[in-house]
Design a protein around this ligand. Structure first.
Ligand SMILES: *Cc1c(COP(=O)(O)O)cnc(C)c1O
Length: 349
């Protein structure tokens, strides 16, 4: 059986990185967030392409991810770890030259005790209440940390995908109050923050989703195509049902294609009866329940059923598919299953 194939366009990733880079001044350096295996698309491949194009700062969620990126990139580029210096990560951080973003007084102590003189950054909480030192903690340790020379001081915006949200200006104000005049390299913005304009850019940006073709970067180039093989085709008589729980009943004589991918491959069960697959330019409705490894698609109106149907491609991007399930493009991408055969195009230049 042909396996489901996920095609990842590295030229599109590169074009998106360059486009986001062009939105900030030459004084602002554009990094790249490659956490969660580059949102499911392959951190080693993505990081190498971007490093070749000039990216020098990479961001991951956990030290293990940083280790994989270091292996792909070799020495040179900085790799920042958002979760900071966690207990048990000291060896990896030290041996692989990762830069933990210290998030708490406890992490500051752990880092300074275990790896004196080793690189670090600082994450500040400016209102999101998720990660980072609060203003009082920062006041307590800032003198010691500034003296030690942090590579980067950052914070993260909670509402940057909503440009009009007052939280953006409030977090900007808090970030400035905590960092103005200290002479430190600063970063506040992910993809959404870049789009908010120059006040939010500071010295370094940290785009993730925009690189991979997702909102809020509306003009991003699409990066993924996902086509799923047809396993079997059958004719269903009017009144017959398809799939678990008999949730779809044929209203006319129908041709039903059984397609090899299901919720174990990241196709949400919430797509049941709602999503659309594509045969070239022709939409074909997913009918009945999504099961673990299979979905069923109404192909009655196709003159000829192709060997595979597309669920992500030019007619339906990650955000359009996300909307079907009431989620976001980020979740669609990071859910993409390990059974897909990933193939890469471009990225050589
Ligand atoms: C995930 C993440 C990013 C990237 O965000 P996007 O919205 O994907 O651009 C940047 N900074 C932090 C702290 C993150 O957790």
């Amino acid at each position: 059986m042909t396996t489901a194939s996920l095609r990842i366009d590295l030229d599109a990733v590169l074009a998106n990185w360059r486009a986001l880079d062009a939105m900030t001044s030459a004084a602002t350096e554009t990094g790249a967030v490659v956490k969660a295996d580059s949102y499911g698309l392959g951190a080693a491949r993505v990081a190498r392409v971007l490093a070749r194009a000039g990216a020098r700062k990479f961001f991951v969620a956990a030290a293990e991810e940083g280790a994989a990126v270091r292996q792909a990139l070799g020495e040179g580029p900085e790799i920042f770890v958002f979760s900071g210096h966690m207990a048990g990560d000291t060896e990896m951080i030290g041996d692989l030259g990762l830069t933990p973003m210290l998030n708490s007084v406890e992490q500051v102590k752990r880092h300074v005790d275990a790896l004196p003189g080793a690189a670090f950054g600082v994450q500040l909480d400016t209102g999101m209440n998720r990660l980072g030192l609060e203003p009082a903690d920062w006041a307590a340790v800032s003198a010691e940390l500034i003296a030690a020379g942090p590579k980067l001081v950052m914070s993260h915006l909670a509402c940057s995908d909503e440009p009009e949200h007052p939280m953006n200006a409030m977090q900007l104000k808090n970030f400035r109050a905590m960092t103005d005049g200290l002479g430190l390299k600063r970063a506040l913005s992910a993809t959404g923050g870049i789009l908010l304009g120059p006040d939010y850019h500071f010295d370094v940006t940290r785009p993730g989703i925009g690189l991979y073709g997702g909102l809020p970067f509306e003009t991003a180039r699409a990066v993924v195509r996902l086509s799923l093989p047809v396993v079997q085709i059958r004719t269903v008589a009017p009144g017959e049902t398809v799939g678990y729980a008999n949730s779809w009943t044929a209203a006319r004589e129908s041709r039903i294609a059984t397609v090899a991918a299901g919720y174990a491959d990241g196709l949400s069960r919430r797509f049941s009866g709602k999503a659309t697959l594509w045969a070239g330019d022709t939409p074909c409705p997913l009918v009945g329940r999504v099961s673990m490894d299979l979905i069923t698609v109404d192909v009655t109106d196709l003159p000829e059923v192709p060997q595979s149907l597309e669920i992500l491609g030019p007619h339906q991007g990650v955000d359009a598919l996300a909307e079907v399930a009431g989620t976001i493009g980020y979740e669609i991408l990071t859910a993409l299953g390990q059974r897909y055969q990933r193939s890469y195009v471009g990225g050589l230049a």
